[in-house]
Design a protein around this ligand. Structure first.
Ligand code: IFM
Length: 441
């Protein structure tokens, strides 16, 4: 039996654009993801989040499923364009009302809300003014955060400013496979800085407004290992580690970009006096999203090459639970003694409903079991881990992959919007009930 401490927070996670639908209802403004998904060729099969899981209308029944699962907390995101449709200026009361009802619905069911304030759905009106490459966006974000906090602050015990600034900055502005679909390293690294600045300004605003909940941020971190001892591979792995991890961890916890950042990205001339003090403002906890370990080879053109995994999953990445332990230990031993939460980890599969109505996702169960065990191992090594949130509560819109892969504990039939528990949902409910893994030595 692998048991967790009393009070360990077992949760489940989602994000607004991936589940809500209702993109044009009750005053919501368009976001960069509305624009991107309606751009031909941007998303697999032309899928969009227009309807998604229709959670905007079905949230009471969805919260009942969370109760059935037995989670202690639910991580959801607030859509900035529902609250401030043009990104700055006019506030939309109906948007606030929605999250007010959702928050109360959770509390009525004894579930703690964990609120992500930005999960990639930047109001399009701000993108039209330069998006994250425009420094003003950071201040508009803090303004919006104050509005949400004013309404929900008396009931939310856990706040997260940003989800995965790596993806917003680099997948959206360098790889170009996420909104806003740009491919420009200079713009990407400028956006990265303004995202972190937005985080810092939001933390400062929340503190000034007397936040009582705990404040953190979720970063997706990877375990990066050289493919060999060859000095070229070692150097390549250090560069990828800069790109995927240190560009976020160092400013957040050390108040400085890594010394090798300028060599990789050029002078960080957009950093102004005082920015890094804001970015490194003290937090109450730190959220880690873990999906990937990378073995790295030198590449003369791109500087690094991720070695393709031996057994790729539906999204092409490998499974490496040991990497979760390594990431947790690295963050704790090298960066911060803050409480840590695994705010996401999960496995994409092509789940299907069998003729008997069951959904056998034993690979997902094995994935979670191994990652829960890795998290426990990290705790045994001293890591102050306080929670674990599988991605995702239910199948949803998986960004550039549309509805082509599924991550949920609950299966969503997108034609009928019926939700069905997969085997992993039953398994996870038993883990929560036992506060750990049963059936092991
Ligand atoms: O679906 C995403 C989520 O929005 C952010 N983290 C990774 C998940 C799986 O790709």
């Amino acid at each position: 039996m692998t048991t967790f401490p009393d009070g360990f927070l077992w949760g489940a996670a989602t994000a607004a654009y991936q589940i809500e639908g209702a993109v044009a209802e009750d005053g919501r403004g368009p976001s960069i993801w509305d624009t991107f998904t309606h751009t031909p060729g941007a998303v697999l099969r032309g899928d969009t989040g227009d309807v998604a899981c229709d959670h905007y209308h079905r949230w009471p029944a969805d919260l009942d499923l969370l109760s059935e699962l037995g989670v202690g907390a639910y991580r959801f995101s607030v859509a900035w364009p529902r609250i401030v449709p043009a990104g700055s200026g006019q506030i939309n009361a109906a948007g606030l009302d929605f999250y007010d009802r959702l928050t109360d619905g959770l509390l009525e069911r004894g579930i703690d809300p964990m609120v992500t304030l930005y999960h990639w759905d930047l109001p399009q009106a701000l993108q039209d003014r330069g998006g994250w490459a425009n420094r003003d966006t950071a201040s508009y974000f803090a303004d919006y955060v104050r509005v949400v906090h004013e309404r929900l602050g008396d009931r939310v015990p856990y706040w997260l400013t940003l989800n995965e600034p790596y993806c917003s900055a680099f997948v959206g502005h360098l790889d170009g496979t996420h909104a806003p679909g740009l491919r420009d390293q200079r713009v990407a690294v400028t956006a990265l800085h303004h995202l972190l600045l937005a985080h810092g300004k939001a933390v400062t605003a929340l503190r000034a407004d007397g936040v009582t909940g705990q404040v953190g941020i979720s970063c997706n971190l990877t375990s990066v290992l050289p493919a060999s001892d060859d000095p070229a591979d070692l150097a390549a792995s250090r560069r990828l580690d800069l790109h995927e991890n240190r560009m976020f961890l160092n400013p957040l916890f050390f108040g400085a970009y890594p010394p090798d950042a300028a060599a990789q990205y050029g002078e960080l001339s957009f950093v102004r006096d005082g920015d890094l003090e804001l970015i490194s403002a003290p937090l109450d906890y730190f959220g880690i999203n873990y999906y990937e370990a990378h073995h790295v080879r030198a590449d003369p053109v791109h500087g690094w090459q991720r070695v393709p995994p031996a057994n790729p999953t539906a999204t092409g990445i490998g499974v490496n639970p040991r990497g979760l332990r390594d990431v947790l230990e690295r963050v704790y031993f090298d960066y911060t003694s803050l409480p840590l939460v695994v705010t996401e980890t999960g496995l994409a599969l092509h789940d299907y409903v069998a003729p008997d109505g069951g959904i056998d996702d034993h690979e997902r169960i094995a994935f979670f079991e191994a990652h829960v065990r890795a998290a426990h191992d990290a705790m045994s090594a001293g890591v102050p881990l306080i929670g674990f949130f599988p991605w995702s509560f239910m199948d949803n819109f998986e960004w550039a992959s549309g509805y082509g892969v599924r991550y949920g504990l609950y299966y969503v039939d997108y034609l009928t919007q019926q939700r069905l528990p997969k085997d992993s949902a039953h398994w996870y409910a038993s883990v929560i009930k036992a506060n750990g893994l049963t059936g092991d030595s």
